[in-house]
Ligand binder design. Structure first.
Ligand code: ADP
Ligand code: MG
Length: 726
């Protein structure tokens, strides 16, 4: 029999763990060796060129052509010394993944010889034929010109034989066609506004940088089983599959001993990450069987985002060496936990202070509270935009799934801070006691004790002691999307905070009184998004509704927040993206949603009609033959008694087959109607409202058939086989 499932199962019985291949030497010796980091620059660049580039990177200044030539020459020498033969501009198009087009260093010269060549202009700017990248209508394919430009703030790196140069990607008319451009702009705005903000508190800092630590969840499945599941291969998730009798109910996987094949895979991922300077720190089993997590030490946001993109790529490649496949989808398996990507976010000054660390001195405490409530106020002004930044077809399955935060944006701040904010709200922070510190009037901020166990795992946006953790981000997403939005909304609010304080000071308020007054107002304004209870509960859904918080459970309506007047104003007044660019992104996101659902729906139709129904019929025939045979050998009375169950099973199978057939046909009709719709928004809406509802219905009948049909015939690897590594 040509059953791929059994072939795969036979195959994996022969599996044994493939050992990881550590390089010789300690990790500190190979860490970062494949990145053109400061150490490599110092080694390969002339002294003055080195000083120039470091200065340019640190102060965000332009690198001139002469310097670029010098850097290119040394980058080439360095890359060749590490076996590179090609280079590429590595960028983040609006597909959400990364793109690269390799060029050889080879340059033919006379007499049939060649040299390695790579000059400053090749480093600084390239013009890839980018006609097939999504532009959301900004640029039609016949005028496909876009160019990539070097981002010196993220070090070049080598993967395989190729020097990868992180770049932005913009059209010739100046519109951003990628995620890095608006991300860098948002980082610039928040950095500047945070410096101004710190000055309000008398801190002479030169630079403030947002920091990000990304926890990455994922599943591993055996590659042979993966190959026998067309749905996993084409959509990244199982569209059918009955629950395994045992999956995560005993919580015996979470933080358990890591299965050997998985561990060897992780070791290799870490080794390759270290060479690329990705500071992976933790690894552990997650809640669902075969679900894992890794997290690096936090870094500057731009670097953290690049590193996460590189990490996802590395994981997928390295898994193959271990006969595994990494599933980055937000919900590969129904009924067990999905995967997210917690974004731990804070801000760091060049003097080494974390703006979300409640300081010891009264001054530091005041700054902390001010920054903290500014973030809350920013979120409470733009919850729908934050929600939009994590909207995607895959994440729709996860949010609100009783394992992940709901689609309602709220913030958890813990008991201590709640008390503190309540006290300031009531008293204005000044009535209790005023203290004098170096003769400067410092209002009394209540003592802040932070208890690290004071945690709420159900909140989408939780304060965890010295950072906020945005937990609603999907596991396959680029963190650039939520980071652009978060940085921007906080930057904008920081600017407003300072303006509001300045106005009060002009009205003759003392500085600290003015600051407290604004703080108090922000506490009041942001109260509606503070929620300390269980975000998974139905009570919260009701309560949130009362508070007027949106609960947008699917992507197309969630995306709308990208093109509201408030959003456009926010992006435009800070020069991050124009209305046109936002509209383009909106359209791209809608199209991406539509296509993903379309693919899933097709895969479902194909599996149902060409795999499931024929097998169910085959089994049904066996039962029918058997019943007919019984009738021949048994007397009428015994036959009637004994065949009842069998006939019932035949009826049940018929019923499920007919439902599957009927529903897939209906779904196809809905798809046809949706496909005729031109307008991107209406099309996505049709897919969301008319096609998606069939997924559950069809699945229910297929999963029932899985329980009825002979295991020997069932064509798709079952959950119990997919979810446990051998
Ligand atoms: P948990 O699972 O308890 O949330 P993890 O240790 O898995 O914690 O992840 C916490 C993440 O937060 C790490 O990536 C860590 O580096 C990051 N982090 C810690 N401090 C900061 C900070 N100040 N800014 C940004 N990220 C931070
Ligand atoms: Mg976490």
């Amino acid at each position: 029999m040509n059953n791929l499932r059994f072939k795969a199962l036979d195959f994996i019985n022969t599996r044994s763990a493939k050992k990881s291949t550590p390089p010789t030497g300690k990790l500190s010796e190979y860490y970062g060796t494949l990145t053109f980091n400061k150490r490599a620059m110092r080694e390969f660049l002339p002294v003055d060129a080195f000083a120039n580039i470091i200065n340019a990177i640190e102060s965000n200044e332009k690198i001139d052509r002469k310097m670029a030539d010098q850097i290119a020459a040394s980058m080439k020498a360095w890359a060749i010394s590490h076996g590179a033969s090609h280079y590429t501009h590595w960028f983040h198009p609006l597909t959400g993944s990364t793109a690269e087009k390799h060029d050889s260093f080879m340059h033919p010269i006379e007499e049939g010889r060649a040299i390695e060549r790579f000059n400053g202009s090749e480093l600084i700017q390239q013009e890839p034929d980018a006609s097939s990248f999504p532009s959301g209508g900004i640029r039609s394919t016949f005028e496909a010109r876009g160019y990539t430009a070097w981002d010196p703030s993220s070090p070049a790196f080598i993967i395989d034989d190729t020097l990868c140069i992180p770049t932005i990607f913009v059209s010739y008319t100046g519109e951003a066609l990628d995620f890095k451009t608006p991300l860098l702009k948002s980082l610039n705005v928040i950095g500047k506004s945070a410096v101004e903000f710190c000055r309000l508190f008398g801190n002479e800092v030169k630079k403030v940088t947002p920091t990000l630590g990304i926890e990455q969840e994922y599943f591993l499945v055996d590659s042979a089983l993966h190959a026998a599941r067309p749905d996993l291969a084409l959509t990244g998730r199982t569209v059918f599959g009955h629950a395994s009798a045992k999956d995560q109910q005993l919580s015996d996987h979470y933080f358990g001993t890591i299965q050997e094949r998985a561990l060897e895979f992780m070791k290799d991922v870490e080794i390759e990450s270290y060479k690329l300077g990705i500071p992976l720190k933790t690894r552990h089993n997650e809640v669902a069987p075969n679900q894992f997590e890794c997290a690096p030490v936090f870094e500057e946001v731009n670097l953290a985002v690049d590193h996460n993109q590189m990490l996802m790529h590395l994981m997928q490649r390295i898994a193959r060496h271990h006969d595994l496949v990494v599933l980055l989808h937000e919900k590969p398996f129904a009924g067990v936990n999905g995967s997210g990507k917690h974004n731990n976010w804070s801000m760091m000054t060049d003097t080494g202070e974390n703006l979300l660390s409640p300081g010891k001195t009264p001054k530091a405490k005041l700054r902390f509270i001010a920054f903290f409530v500014t973030v809350l106020k920013a979120i409470s002004n733009n919850p729908d935009l934050l929600r939009a930044s994590i909207a995607a077809a895959g994440n729709d399955h996860r949010l609100g799934g009783h394992e992940a935060p709901p689609a309602i944006i709220s913030a958890f701040i813990g008991e201590q801070l709640s008390k503190t904010l309540d006290e300031i709200e009531e008293t204005g922070g000044i009535t209790k006691a005023a203290t004098f510190d170096n003769n400067i009037f410092i209002p009394k901020i209540p003592e802040i004790f932070l208890d690290n166990t004071d945690r709420n795992r159900t909140s989408p946006f939780a304060f965890t002691g010295n950072k906020f953790e945005f937990r609603a981000v999907g596991s396959s997403a680029t963190c650039a999307k939520p980071m652009i939005v978060l940085n921007l909304m906080v930057a904008d609010q920081l600017i407003k905070f300072k303006d509001e304080v300045d106005i009060l000071i002009k009205k003759k308020f003392k500085r600290n009184d003015a600051i407290l007054k604004v703080i108090r107002q922000y506490i009041i304004d942001s109260k509606k998004i503070r929620f300390e209870g269980n975000n998974y509960s139905d009570e919260w859904i009701k309560e949130a509704k009362k508070r007027g918080l949106a609960n947008i459970t699917s992507t197309p309506p969630a995306l709308k927040a990208y093109i509201t007047k408030e959003t456009i104003d926010l992006f435009e007044r800070n020069n991050i993206l124009t209305a046109k660019e936002l509209e383009a992104r909106y359209q791209i996101n809608l199209e991406n949603y539509t296509k993903k659902i379309q693919i899933e729906s097709r895969v479902m139709g194909d599996l149902a009609k060409n795999h499931i129904i024929p097998i169910a019929i085959r089994y049904q025939n066996t039962l029918i033959e058997n019943t007919l045979g019984l009738k021949q050998v048994l007397d009428e009375k015994t036959y009637v008694g004994l065949s009842r169950n069998q006939i019932q099973t035949i009826k049940d199978i018929s019923e499920h087959i007919s439902q599957v057939k009927m529903k897939t046909d209906e779904m196809l009709e809905e798809r046809k109607i949706a496909n005729r719709i031109e307008d991107g928004e209406l099309k996505a809406k049709a897919y969301n409202e008319k096609v998606v509802p069939y997924f559950e219905e069809i699945r229910r009948h297929v999963d029932k058939l899985e329980l009825l049909v002979d295991d020997e015939l069932w064509p798709l690897p079952k959950y119990r086989e997919l979810l446990f590594l051998r």
